[in-house]
Write a protein that binds this ligand. Sequence first.
Ligand code: BDR
Ligand code: CA
Length: 320
Amino acid sequence: KKPIWLDCDPGHDDAFAIILAAYHPSLELIGISTVVGNQTLDRTTQNAYKVAYIAGLSNNIPIIPGCGESLCQHVVTCPEIHGQTGLDGADIPEHPEYKTLIKQQDENYLWNIYQKIISVGRPVTLIATGQLTNIALLLKVFPQIKNSLSEIVLMGGCIGIGNMQPGSEFNFMNDPDAAHIVFTSPHVPRLVMVPLELTHTVCATPNVSERLRSLASPFSSILDHLLHFFASTYKQIYHFDSPPLHDPCAIAYVADKDLFEGQMMHVDIERTSEFCRGRSVCDVFDKHRKEKNCFVVMKIKEVEQFWNMMLDAIELADKK
Ligand code: BDR
Ligand code: CA
């Protein structure tokens, strides 16, 4: 099994990413860290605990609250898509040990994440489905982490159309300086970006909801309600017929690379422009002849296979 660490900001799609990361048979989830983004750090952390609880994750998988702010700009959260709690739409029970576990957390979160990753003893895949603040800090403070990583896989960015600004995606725009650090760091063994172009093809259609409902359990009903809420906000804000489930696509890529197509290219992160701050400038045609620093995932061959994978993971979690 491939050891993975998930840095996330749950978040509806992050919640599904946690489930897939924990229950895909070829992955071993060794820990979760949280970051501000879809909601405040307190809420994304509490949500990560809630999801871990309802999905039956072992308490041996640590959940470490990371950074609650962006490196050089004010924090922006996303209640218009994820609601005031960050996981609106379902009544999710609190993790019974949340208060005890959270009290045991100290301020040395970076050190703790680093320690957990290096103690695995095998190269770990770091997956980030939120803004890149924790990842950038890790690379700056513990550059030697490179020796313990096999790759960093990010859900974020776009080749063309953005969702936060016309040309900028939410996770990158929320901390462009952090994204810039990650894309220019010499301490990343391999960098993979799963952009909006890919995730917008993986939408939770009514058929997906039907499959979920057919599991007929309290757990599947919570997930169904979450999807329902996510569908309604995506319809209202972006006029999507069905909501794109961005974050689990990054997990699916790590679990089954053959399911995806993409190419190496140079990607720059724009940090100063008035209209394009946070934009991932993807040099698809190698116009700048710069070093190809990122594998950009551009196509999923069989969307149905993704949903089979996702629903299998949900079924396994349900039995826990
Ligand atoms: C990304 O933004 C967040 O709202 C989602 O969780 C996803 O990670 C998509 O742009
Ligand atoms: Ca996310």
